[in-house]
Design a protein around this ligand. Structure first.
Ligand SMILES: Nc1ncnc2c1ncn2[C@@H]1O[C@H](COP(=O)(O)OP(=O)(O)OP(=O)(O)O)[C@@H](O)[C@H]1O
Length: 242
């Protein structure tokens, strides 16, 4: 029987007068890969950051497994691996040291070996002695992904994982996600083609509201039409990239 990995119940986030996320409720099952789609300003990043515990909802609850995400319950965050758009790396430390800090924070049993494993996973072993300040955005993203994988999380949260990656990095990311297949992934993307290919299910947001919740077992064109209807776009208004 599948278990619920994430439960979002009537979650709202208001920034002053702007309601970025407006009373969302949904559940993500263990092992599901769910894509958050929607136009600019729809609330995707805000929702993902709330799932990651980086932003506090102004209303509602988020539950991970059996535990509610609360600022005081640190154990629950150990189950999450997060890659945000802003990679949040320590520029003064090398790539390897960035990982080591994270490994020590998580109290891993095998920190040194685990750091080398994830460096290999994201193809950064040869650049592990360099600092991220010398890295391109794509390389920083790889390092951020390595950090997210380090403590073997059950749930991976990725904000626009494909943005800024070259073809090789995209292929590497896909290989990493293939290896993560039995675990739960939530990602935001503007890339409908990759999103449909990768995700089992799509949530379409617009103006903070959930406009569609569909399984992605059909074609890109099918989802394209669903997406367009969900956000009220005409055929002529829509480009390939959302
Ligand atoms: N820190 C903040 N302070 C004030 N308003 C914010 C903040 N973060 C987001 N917002 C507002 O919340 C709304 C949702 O933003 P969010 O970044 O979540 O959308 P998004 O769907 O991720 O957009 P994009 O596709 O452009 O990245 C927008 O109106 C945005 O301006």
């Amino acid at each position: 029987m599948t278990e619920t990995a994430i439960r979002v119940a009537d979650v709202t986030k208001a920034y002053g007068r702007v309601t970025a996320v407006d009373g969302l409720s949904f559940a993500v099952e263990d092992g599901e890969t769910v894509g958050l789609f929607g136009p600019n300003g729809a609330g995707k990043t805000t929702l993902l950051r709330m799932l990651a515990g980086l932003v506090r909802p102004t209303g509602g609850t988020i539950t991970l497994g059996a535990s509610e995400l609360t600022p005081d319950d640190h154990a629950v965050y150990r189950r999450l691996g997060v890659v945000t758009h802003d990679t949040m790396l320590y520029d003064a430390l090398t790539a390897r040291e960035n990982l080591r800090v994270h490994a020590d924070l998580h109290g891993l049993d095998d920190p040194a070996a685990r750091c080398e494993t994830v460096l290999d996973t994201v193809g950064l072993r040869e650049r592990a002695s360099q600092r991220p300040e010398a890295f391109s955005h794509g390389l920083c993203k790889r390092l951020s992904l390595a950090r997210a994988l380090l403590h073997r999380p059950d749930v991976l949260l990725l904000d626009e994982p494909y943005t800024g990656l070259d073809q090789r990095s995209v292929a590497d990311l896909e290989a990493v996600l293939d290896g993560f297949d039995d675990r739960t992934v939530v990602l935001t993307t503007h890339d409908i083609d990759r999103g449909v290919d990768r995700c089992d299910r799509a949530l379409v947001l617009d103006r903070g509201e959930l406009r569609a919740d569909v399984s992605l077992d059909g074609s890109v064109a099918d989802f394209d039409a669903t997406y367009r209807r969900a956000i009220g776009l005409n055929e002529s208004e829509r480009g390939r990239d959302v």
